[in-house]
Ligand binder design. Sequence first.
Ligand code: DQA
Length: 147
Amino acid sequence: HKILVLNGPNLNLLGTRQPEVYGNETLAMLEKRCIDHGTALRLSVECEQTNHEGALLDALHGARGVYAGIILNAGAYTHTSVALMDAIYSIELPTVEVHLSNIHAREEFRHRSYISRAAIGQICGFGTQGYLMALDALKTHLTKDDA
Ligand code: DQA
């Protein structure tokens, strides 16, 4: 199975961006960990990051028929983008929502996620490990489909 790990706005700044909230690991380190963990699970992981909402939509549309599942950290668009929610509904690919921080313990405006409505589940608060947990979850989900 091929999995797309899609990171949205400001996540290119990981490692230097508010390290007290988001940790010291860079996006490149995070992506490598995802690829390696995928290999261990026999999942082929590809990673993309963009700061643009439309580019996230295009990446999701392009994933249909190419990937078996999506791991999405939509950054701040999580809390604002009906368009991203609609795209996830449209492509009919199992999508796991990930956030490094525990969005429910932060400002009120981060508590609402449009992504959650369309995702199979949400993992937040575990830093970069959350992405690996999301890969485990997708593996289980996809294995169920194969059975
Ligand atoms: C985030 C949480 C969002 O509220 C924030 O806008 C981000 C990162 C996270 O990974 O914790 O950019 O998605």
